[in-house]
Design a protein. Structure first.
Length: 229
């Protein structure tokens, strides 16, 4: 057992006590919007169709949603195209997504590689990923500001492998910079991730087995090789 005077232990306890519940914060915003009879516009950055499914089901009840597919981290281009096409198909087929508009950004892999230069060997989930969050969320914030959206957010927090605290921190800072509020979220909560799996099966969605970048694919392949040794 740790000693009660251990500063690191005390700091950890304090952090846990102060940890924000982003899903609850979103619920509170939604409730206030419903009470006020408002239906604001929302720019939703989306990484893929499976992650978007449960998020769209949840958000379209409250917001007029436009989806932005901006993911220069994805490689190769064929993978980028496949994920974009699956997202477009989901929006066309899912009743909850009726009226949702999809904006497909150009494929810019060089932008991602420059953003993570020097961090290529950092394990997945670390600083390289945080720089990727920053890149994609900034594109969303910029687009939202330019086109007059009321809010912006991302589907990324539905993944158990993504750091919701970091995503929200980056989003909030960008919201201040660009003048568009970031919608707090942790979409994996309240069985969101499980719901995305169920919807993926229902619509026969392509579910990739790596985040998208060449580095995450490399790590996945190493783990797969290791499991057979």
């Amino acid at each position: 057992m740790p000693h009660l005077q251990d500063k690191k232990w005390c700091a950890k306890i304090k952090h846990m006590a102060n940890k924000r519940n982003y899903a609850k914060e979103l619920d509170q915003i939604v409730e206030s919007l419903h009470q006020a009879g408002k239906r604001p516009t929302l720019l939703l950055h989306a990484c893929c169709a499976p992650c978007s499914s449960a998020v769209l089901e949840q958000l379209t009840a409250t917001f007029d949603v436009t989806v932005l597919f901006y993911n220069p981290n994805i490689a190769p281009e064929a993978e980028y195209d496949k994920r974009a096409q699956e997202l477009e198909r989901l929006i066309c087929e899912m009743p909850a997504a009726q009226g949702v508009r999809l904006v497909r950004a150009p494929y810019e892999p060089a932008v991602f590689l420059e953003a993570v230069r020097g961090y290529e060997q950092v394990p997945e989930g670390g600083e390289r990923c945080f720089r990727c969050y920053q890149l994609r969320l900034e594109a969303a914030a910029r687009y939202a500001a330019t086109h007059g959206f009321d809010y912006f957010t991302t589907t990324l927090s539905i993944s158990p492998l993504k750091n919701a605290e970091k995503l929200n921190s980056i989003g909030e800072a960008l919201g201040v910079r660009y003048g568009v509020p970031h919608l707090p979220s942790d979409f994996k909560k309240k069985e969101g991730y499980k719901r995305s799996i169920a919807l993926s099966r229902e619509y026969g969605l392509y579910r990739q087995d790596f985040c998208g970048c060449v580095f995450s694919k490399r790590e996945r392949m190493k783990k797969a090789d290791g499991s057979h040794t």
